[in-house]
Design a protein around this ligand. Structure first.
Ligand SMILES: N[C@@H](CCC[C@H](N)C(=O)O)C(=O)O
Length: 279
């Protein structure tokens, strides 16, 4: 049976979106990898499924996320904006504000008048056990051993999914591939981790590159942008509203530093093409 899909992108972080509202879809990890393959499949960083919610009294949809390596994960920010646009374009819901279930909890998607999408990304979590990260106690920065001769300093936070953030002098020269791969699978992050390289331009602007868990470096990472701003803000380096420049474009992230208040992300989302594929 061919599978119908929509190819979407948010700042060049790209997705294969599958509508499983009417008929359940079941793909195993090998089939997800085949779909995501850029030479033999459609090609994407993540595969997203739109499903009916488990609890319709709390949410209109269930949003499931699979990395290109086939693993299911908790959260995806750029995907959330594409999810909102997909629902609207497919006529699945005409409300401009929708609530969706994810493995990380509920998130809220708002379609703006100008076509951008704002997402309530939920609360950042800093307790090591919630990230998860092996540390004796919560700290602003942790020293991570890359080898016996090399240590790096990272901030760690969960935006529903795990993130480590390194501050660098320049994202142009940061060793994203080498350090990203080493930190992504570091034994102190038992579920692996997304790794952000943050260059602070000023209190309202950062540049960021992200080596994503289960994918490698992508053109943008929404949860990575939230994580970087939250970490930069906790270190007293950033203001409440920050523009994040990623290789694929810009996001605006807002967080008022109250740990009981959510992080907000605004940015674009676009459909690229639709198709069918036999797996
Ligand atoms: N591209 C995403 C994050 C996708 C999931 C991530 N790779 C993980 O494994 O947690 C985003 O825009 O947030």
């Amino acid at each position: 049976m061919p599978i119908a899909f929509t190819k979407m992108q948010g700042l060049g972080n790209d997705f294969v979106v599958i509508n499983a509202m009417n008929a359940p879809v079941s793909l195993d990890a090998e089939q997800i990898r085949a779909l995501a393959d850029r030479r033999f499949g459609v090609g994407c960083d993540q595969v997203l499924w739109v499903e009916p919610p488990v609890d319709p009294s709390r949410a209109q949809f269930r949003y499931r996320i699979f990395n290109a390596d086939g693993g299911e994960v908790e959260q995806c920010g750029n995907g959330a904006r594409c999810f909102a646009r997909f629902i609207h374009e497919q006529g699945l819901c005409d409300q401009r504000c929708i609530t969706v279930e994810t493995l990380a909890g509920l998130i809220e998607l708002i379609l703006e008048e100008d076509g951008q999408v704002t997402v309530n990304m939920g609360l950042p979590r800093f307790e090591p056990s919630e990230i998860p990260f092996k540390a004796a106690k919560r700290d602003a920065l942790y020293s991570l051993n890359i080898s016996s001769e090399e240590q790096v300093s990272v901030g760690a936070v969960s935006m529903g999914n795990p993130h480590a953030v390194l501050q660098v002098n320049s994202v142009d020269t940061a060793e994203v591939a080498r350090l990203g791969a080493a930190i992504e699978s570091h034994s102190d992050f038992p579920r692996r981790v997304n790794v952000g390289f943050m260059q602070i331009i000023d209190r309202e602007h950062i540049r960021l590159r992200v080596f994503e868990r289960g994918v490698g470096e992508t053109l943008a990472c929404g949860t990575g942008a939230c994580a970087a701003v939250v970490i930069g803000r906790q270190q007293g380096l950033l203001d409440e509203r920050v523009t994040v420049t990623l290789p694929g474009g810009q996001l605006v992230i807002k967080w008022n530093e109250d740990e009981q208040e959510p992080v907000w992300m605004t940015g674009p989302a676009q459909t690229v093409f639709t198709g069918e594929i036999e797996l």
